[in-house]
Design a protein around this ligand. Sequence first.
Ligand SMILES: Cc1cc2nc3c(=O)[nH]c(=O)nc-3n(C[C@H](O)[C@H](O)[C@H](O)COP(=O)(O)O)c2cc1C
Length: 216
Amino acid sequence: MDTNIRKVRKDYLKQELLRSDLPRDPMELLEGWMADAASTDASDYNAMCLSTANKSGSPSSRIVLLRSISEMGIRFFTNYRSQKGRDIEENPNVSVNFFWKEWERQIRIEGAAVKCSSEISDSYFASRPRGSQEGAWTSMQSAANVSPLIEERVKSTVAQFKETDVIPRPDFWGGYDIKIESIEFWQGRPSRLHNRWKYLRDDSSATQWSIDRLDP
Ligand SMILES: Cc1cc2nc3c(=O)[nH]c(=O)nc-3n(C[C@H](O)[C@H](O)[C@H](O)COP(=O)(O)O)c2cc1C
């Protein structure tokens, strides 16, 4: 196969991230970088790679969409019975990675995932398009070789809710908040001399962070 993988090489030149750029609260920087990413690519800029590990430590990664940032942490929604849901049940420690090519930036997050309140999940579920709500009811997310096929099964769901104005949230579907324990901001720099700053939550306080400069 003709591939350029060995040869492709790019110098990162666009931005720098200095200590003087760092706010005391990393959530501010996270929000700033999200806004920058949104300004150049309005779709999927909130896509993040979520890694989980089951109780034996076997890791697994997939993309999910970031739906909110708050002092609670970062939030996403999924099927609680999916592989990621089962992993989190066994081991709440997760990691998250964002990469924004246009900005030559990466963010790494580590923390523990906890289910959102049912009120939060209900409210988000209610905001989804009806088709997605029907899909959530139908999909046995991550189950293999389910029969009949989902395209058939979703017809039964549509029929089931035909007379229902407001489709309720299934109890197996909802949000998780990842409480951030550490968050690293990576800004690509020339000659691989990247800027890396890692915030670590101070145990004694929910709002205090220490900051380490990491070698690239
Ligand atoms: C751009 C993108 C966004 C996605 N967003 C979500 C999401 O917010 N929630 C979700 O459960 N799956 C989402 N998925 C699908 C997941 O990557 C994954 O296939 C699914 O959640 C099953 O993962 P699991 O079997 O590891 O639990 C998204 C996939 C892509 C490519």
